[in-house]
Ligand binder design. Structure first.
Ligand SMILES: *[C@@H]1O[C@H](CO)[C@@H](O)[C@H](O)[C@H]1NC(C)=O
Ligand SMILES: *[C@@H]1O[C@H](CO)[C@@H](O)[C@H](O)[C@H]1NC(C)=O
Ligand SMILES: *[C@@H]1O[C@H](CO)[C@@H](O)[C@H](O)[C@H]1NC(C)=O
Ligand SMILES: *[C@@H]1O[C@H](CO)[C@@H](O)[C@H](O)[C@H]1NC(C)=O
Ligand SMILES: *[C@@H]1O[C@H](CO)[C@@H](O)[C@H](O)[C@H]1NC(C)=O
Ligand SMILES: *[C@@H]1O[C@H](CO)[C@@H](O)[C@H](O)[C@H]1NC(C)=O
Ligand SMILES: *[C@@H]1O[C@H](CO)[C@@H](O)[C@H](O)[C@H]1NC(C)=O
Ligand SMILES: *[C@@H]1O[C@H](CO)[C@@H](O)[C@H](O)[C@H]1NC(C)=O
Ligand SMILES: *[C@@H]1O[C@H](CO)[C@@H](O)[C@H](O)[C@H]1NC(C)=O
Length: 745
């Protein structure tokens, strides 16, 4: 029934001639491998554990929060990919080459359930195979692992020409221009002494918030400065070897991690890793599809995997460092402009967070904590431009000050919606988690400062009760310097109202302050064209003008600001003028909005448009743009939009703050074409964990699993109000009205 999650590509390359013996020892490169892999190695899997990340075969390892470069040139500091190790089989005449490989071939496999990448190369005429595995350890999260297992089939064991040693070599790519590296220890044979390198970033981001360069220590279980030769006597059936690389800001932490890992044998070490991933899939989150939809199932679970790979491990050998947020292409990429330099954008809160929160509230909290820790920098960012409160930068990295690429200063100046976007995300997190204590502790301090910023940024008319946000850019970046972008104004109203509620709820008694915020919130202009009954995207927008991406339609989902017929007209009008080259999540938002307004066929159409052209076939890695356009790889933002369409669009669930309560809204489900059932394990709501199954015209939400509820739930359906108690099991079928389930603490 369950189409869980193995993506495997296996390519067999045939070679008519068995020219092995002659090929060995030569350096021929009749290279067949590239044919079996994505032609662009950017689309190899990007792996991570929240502390470290890298792209398989890429030239970089990155560490959470480590950036180099001044202001807009700050980007993730590239550590050469010393984990990019290959093993060759050799005898005294030389090593087998690709020509030998071609005799049988190499299979590449991304195992999502176990969380590792491996290749198996079969040297058929030598009667042996080499299995190579690489992963960032999910429990020992300072550790990166490379393992090789070479196996000889007995039939060939005594052949005279059978290989006698393995040769491991490193291919880390060019030297790094981000760090100055110093060898602290060469790792002499003395016990407990490992090759250790200290790296110090060259250029700080912004002096006021960063006094020192960043420093990291890299410790190798074994030096591969020179290729490593491992003896493999012909009578020995198998050789195993592992190389561990540990990286941390503290030398002692990296060293302890290495020592702890080496305490375990290879099997236990791997087991600790796969157990951690199994815990994620079995206890945190997975989506299983029933139906004839293997590929869609792979895409969904690969999406969850790649997103989760950039999040912190919640259970680790040593205490985690603070988390520096989710960047559009994840932790394993980020020294290129195409990788958004590893910065945080609104992508984090608006596109990824609504999915990440489903993995578990703790993940959501860690993502939002990054904003809490950067609140001072955001206040500086407002003050330095003459505004009050906190203005979060459009792009944020190590210090939390503005690091937008120097190419595009207007984006940083004008896309002020990032600050209310963060408040909106705070409110949504509350609506989902029902965590009142968190609101007062974490959300209110941010919401208050964002409200202050918005009030100081707004231009209110003297003789009319109308306020404007002038000279802004909305999500549609094709239109700079516009007034009253409708998305910006709507999300700002929500941010102001949330701040007022949070302040009152948390016992702040500054009524004057709240009145000031409410005055602006009430007066912010939401443009409406009465003739066509739609929202012009900004003042002066002319119908039929092409736009870059979803903007005004976001008033429906996710904002829930307007779901009336005006919104339906927005969908109709803007669907026709959105650029073909638009980013993936634009179509997912059309899909979600069509599905939530019961236009199922358009929903299907846009849902498919939102992923089919964006996912590369081999390892289900996402691109920012459709095939044929340049775009970023491992585009987590697109995954976020896609999974939102699945959960909030087809699933028909949402979470809202209803005055002082959190409410889950659930309508009867739909599902993508050819999908009979969608199983979500688990959906969390308030303190409960739910099993949720939906499909065409039904939905079952069973919220008693490992119930943690202290309070009670109450359900309203139409005019009917039912008290549900501490757990509930609700089924909706065709024709049923939506239910509103509230948590009463
Ligand atoms: C990493 O190793 C792979 C396979 O051996 C190779 O194709 C690739 O070029 C290497 N990457 C770098 C940056 O050298
Ligand atoms: C390749 O290896 C597999 C597994 O050992 C074997 O089943 C298959 O017959 C081999 N193919 C050739 C052409 O030798
Ligand atoms: C590596 O360095 C060489 C020589 O400076 C340069 O031509 C090449 O583009 C660099 N490769 C990458 C991937 O940056
Ligand atoms: C490591 O080895 C290199 C080359 O042999 C040598 O120059 C350097 O001084 C050594 N460093 C340490 C810390 O031992
Ligand atoms: C809102 O709910 C919280 C938690 O139940 C409670 O502490 C607070 O007093 C309530 N506030 C209002 C205004 O009802
Ligand atoms: C209420 O919140 C405002 C804004 O953060 C703050 O300046 C004020 O000190 C708070 N008042 C109380 C009584 O906590
Ligand atoms: C927008 O374009 C459509 C089709 O091209 C056309 O029918 C419609 O009149 C246009 N609307 C306006 C206001 O120009
Ligand atoms: C949408 O645009 C296409 C091509 O520009 C046009 O043919 C079509 O009439 C438009 N539809 C609407 C509803 O504006
Ligand atoms: C919840 O309802 C579903 C559908 O009616 C049923 O299959 C399931 O067993 C129920 N769960 C519990 C715990 O009663």
């Amino acid at each position: 029934m369950l189409l869980m999650i193995m993506i495997m590509i296996i390519m067999l390359l045939w070679n008519e001639d068995d020219e092995l013996d002659t090929a060995r020892g030569s350096s021929r490169s009749s290279n067949g491998l590239d044919l079996t892999l994505p032609s662009d190695l950017n689309f190899m899997p990007t792996l991570g554990n929240g502390h470290l990340g890298y792209t398989v075969f890429g030239d970089a390892i990155f560490m959470n929060g480590v950036y180099n470069g001044p202001a807009g040139n700050s980007k993730r500091a590239r550590i050469p990919n010393w984990l990019n190790i290959t093993t060759e089989v050799c005898d005294r005449f030389g090593c087998a080459t690709d020509a030998d490989v071609a005799v049988n071939g190499t299979s590449y496999e991304m195992d999502l359930r176990d969380g590792y990448f491996r290749s198996i190369t079969t040297y058929n005429s030598l009667g042996l195979s080499i299995e190579q595995r690489t992963y960032p350890h999910k429990f020992f999260n300072r550790a990166l692992v490379y393992e090789v297992v070479a196996t000889r089939s007995t039939a060939y064991g005594t052949r005279a020409n059978s290989p006698q040693f393995l040769r491991l070599s490193q291919h880390p790519g060019n030297a790094s221009d981000a760090f100055e590296f110093v060898v602290v220890s060469n790792g002499s044979s003395a016990s407990g002494d490992y090759r250790t390198i200290r790296g110090r970033t060259d250029i700080i981001e912004f002096e006021r918030f960063q006094q020192q360069p960043q420093e990291i220590y890299i410790i190798f279980s074994q030096s591969l400065e020179e290729p490593l030769q491992l003896e493999w006597p012909t009578w020995q059936a198998e050789v195993r070897h592992r190389i561990i690389i540990c990286i941390d800001r503290e030398q002692s932490v990296a060293l302890k991690e290495l020592q702890d890992v080496l305490q375990l044998n290879a099997n236990s070490m791997l087991q600790r890793h796969t157990d951690a991933w199994h815990n994620f899939w079995d206890r945190d989150f997975s989506i299983e599809l029933v139906g004839n939809v293997l590929e869609l199932s792979q895409i969904i679970n690969a999406g969850i995997f790649y997103l989760a790979s950039s999040l912190p491990s919640l259970s680790t050998n040593q205490v985690n460092e603070p988390f520096y947020g989710l960047s559009p292409t994840g932790l394993g990429r980020g020294n290129l402009e195409a990788d958004y330099q590893g910065h945080n954008f609104w992508d984090t809160e608006i596109w990824m967070l609504p999915v990440v929160t489903h993995f578990g509230f703790e993940y959501g909290k860690q993502v939002l904590d990054y904003r809490s820790r950067k609140l001072e920098a955001a206040k500086y960012n407002a003050r330095s431009k003459g505004y009050k409160g906190a203005r979060f930068p459009w792009e944020s990295a190590y210090t939390g000050t503005e690091v937008t690429n120097p190419c595009c200063p207007e984006v940083a100046q004008q896309e002020i919606h990032i600050s209310p976007d963060i408040s909106f995300a705070l409110q949504k997190f509350f609506a989902h988690s029902g965590d009142y204590a968190w609101v007062c502790d974490k959300a209110w301090p941010i919401a208050a400062e964002v409200a202050e910023f918005l009030v100081s940024r707004a231009a209110c008319e003297e003789f009319r009760p109308v306020c404007h946000l002038l000279n802004v850019m909305g999500p549609d970046e094709d239109h700079p310097d516009v007034d009253d972008n409708v998305y910006t104004n709507a999300v700002s109203k929500i941010a102001l109202e949330f701040a007022e509620w949070a302040g009152e709820m948390c016992g702040n008694d500054s009524t004057e302050l709240f009145e000031k915020w409410r005055r602006v919130s009430d007066r912010l202009l939401i443009l409406h064209d009465t003739a066509l009954d739609y929202h012009p995207q900004h003042a002066g927008y002319v119908v039929n003008t092409t736009i870059k991406q979803a903007d005004t339609i976001l008033l429906g989902y996710p904002l829930r600001y307007d779901t009336s017929t005006t919104h339906l007209n927005d969908l109709r009008i803007y669907s026709n003028v959105t650029r073909e080259s638009g980013p993936a999540m634009t179509w997912s938002m059309f899909a979600t909005n069509y599905l939530t307004s019961s236009q199922e066929w358009l929903g299907h159409e846009y849902f498919e448009r939102g992923y089919k052209d964006y996912v590369r076939p081999e390892f289900k890695v996402w691109s920012e743009t459709p095939l044929g356009f340049e775009g970023s790889a491992n585009f987590l933002t697109g995954i976020g939009g896609f999974l939102q369409a699945m959960i909030y669009g087809y699933g028909g669930v949402n979470f809202v703050r209803d005055n002082n309560k959190t409410t889950m809204i659930l309508r009867v489900g739909m599902s993508p074409l050819n999908v009979d059932e969608v199983h979500v394990n688990y959906l969390r709501y308030a303190r409960n964990t739910c099993r949720w199954v939906f499909g065409p015209r039904f939905s079952n939400m069973d919220c008693g699993v490992r119930s943690g509820a202290q309070g009670n739930f109450e359900m309203v359906q139409g005019k009917k109000r039912t008290l549900l108690g501490r757990s509930f099991n609700v089924t909706l079928v065709k024709g049923d009205e939506p239910v509103y389930i509230s948590y009463l603490e």
